[in-house]
Design a protein around this ligand. Structure first.
Ligand SMILES: [Zn+2]
Length: 329
């Protein structure tokens, strides 16, 4: 197995998204948000049925299920749980993100989940990434799409100990691309979605998630940098992130955490601010039309104003919530 996709065929373009290994810190990964997953009895029943379709393939387990093709060498049980989680997450995503979660291309993503870092590293080029999504397309359709990831070293093989953030991050790249079909989106747009929705917790309500992700504007690298230096982030810098490699700070300015968070917080504005939502819909249409100008200077200026306002509001809200919490103690 040399690569996520078999070589050959009429593949003319390739776009790769990588997730920096340390995007979520170890502390965050062991927090409640990413741990202690519990299945309902009905879920266990459904997965028991799915397990009957498992095949042994390439020293692992393959489940070619609804919407996803999942291979893993962790265990048969783990493979079923990943496949089922992806199905459930896709349903949720289509509700919370109607534009990004409405596929116009029927391509089925191939998912490879490795137990060991070494096997994963041998398969993909970017050695430090914890996840890796890619797709290929020709003029009118996606020809291949999928992602690969691995267990973290300290992780046990149980799904309830899994860092679901990486799984969701890479799945969102695939779902977003299926909703764009063969039309390419810039890196900030792709990573913004993946970063925003990787933190979505299916156990919380939509409002709880939205509020928690709004507060992240204060506590994430961009908010922290703003509070430290007093400098608000530049929308030009965010919009200039065109390729995955740009996320790793080629100019030696910020580190990759900052760039990923830059796209996340900008997307937070596009998905939640009234003016942001209106622009977001236009961006989607323009991407699907391959329009040369994705965002005008005037729109970028307005978006930056709204974005900066949300950063300030989030910092104030985070301070208030902290004060209230301190009072309760
Ligand atoms: Zn990504």
């Amino acid at each position: 197995m040399g690569h996520v996709f078999p070589s050959g065929g009429r593949l003319i373009l390739l776009l790769i998204f990588m997730l920096s290994a340390a995007t979520a810190s170890a502390a965050e990964r062991t927090s409640k948000q990413n741990n202690g997953w519990e299945w309902a009895p009905l879920d266990i029943e459904t997965m028991r049925g799915m397990a009957r379709s498992i095949e042994q393939r390439d020293r692992g387990y393959l489940l070619a299920g609804a919407g996803w093709w999942v291979w893993s060498d962790v265990s048969s049980e783990f493979t079923v749980q990943v496949a089922y989680y992806l199905q459930r997450f896709e349903q949720l995503f289509s509700q919370i993100a109607p534009l990004a979660g409405r596929p116009i291309d029927p391509a089925i993503p191939r998912v490879m989940f490795f137990e060991r870092q070494l096997a994963y590293k041998q398969m993909i080029a970017n050695r430090d990434a914890s996840g890796h999504a890619e797709y290929r397309w020709d003029t009118d359709r996606i020809t291949e799409i999928g992602f690969a990831t691995r267990l973290d070293q300290y992780q046990q093989k149980d799904f309830d100990r899994l860092n679901r953030a990486t799984l969701q991050h890479e799945a969102v790249h695939c779902l977003l691309q299926k909703s764009l079909g063969p039309h390419a989106a810039p890196s900030w747009f792709h990573e913004g979605h993946a970063e925003y929705f990787e933190r979505w917790d299916p156990r919380q309500t939509v409002n709880e998630n939205r509020h928690r992700l709004f507060l992240r504007n204060a506590t994430g690298p961009v908010g922290v940098e703003f509070q430290r230096s007093g400098q608000l982030p530049s929308i030009i810098e965010a919009l200039n992130l065109q390729q995955a490699s740009d996320m790793f700070g080629r100019d030696g300015g910020h580190d990759s955490h900052y760039y990923y968070d830059l796209t996340r917080s900008l997307m937070e504005t596009l998905l939640n601010d009234p003016e942001g939502i209106a622009l977001y819909q236009k961006l989607f249409e323009r991407l699907r039309q391959d329009e040369p100008v994705l965002i005008t200077q005037e729109e970028a200026a307005t978006l930056q104003t709204r974005w900066h306002q949300r950063l300030r509001d989030a910092i104030r809200a985070a301070e208030q919530e902290k004060a209230q919490e301190d009072k309760r103690r």
